[in-house]
Design a protein. Sequence first.
Length: 149
Amino acid sequence: MNKLVEKFDPACVKLELESRKKKDVIKELIDLLDATGKVKDKERLFHELMEREKLSSTGVGHGIALPHRLSTTVGKTTIACGLSRKGIDFSAVDRKRVYLVFLIVGPLSASREHLVILSKLSRLLNDSDFRDRLLTAKTPEELIQQFRN
């Protein structure tokens, strides 16, 4: 599980998302990645992620969204995470509001790693106690620590 933890940067974790709509949340999380120099072209990445969302919503249910994309706009796989106490309309498969959003982006050459990360995140987030611990984190470091435990 350490590999997953290594993809997180406390500067890319936002404990209270300002946005309430899917496209705005995705922009907000891309801005976190951009502010830390992890993205070469944030407009292009946004466009690519929205194209991915047109295929099917990455709102996977249980209050979780996992927008993801392989892209030439990043040099290595990284994750931005945002929490929303009020919930976001993310067109989730279960039609419920989303409270945890994990934006996963990686280079085109990292498709296997990308699938492993999606699988590990999905498995962990399937646990309601784990989701609750993430939602009650007081700092980005505390949220990331939950993945270490």
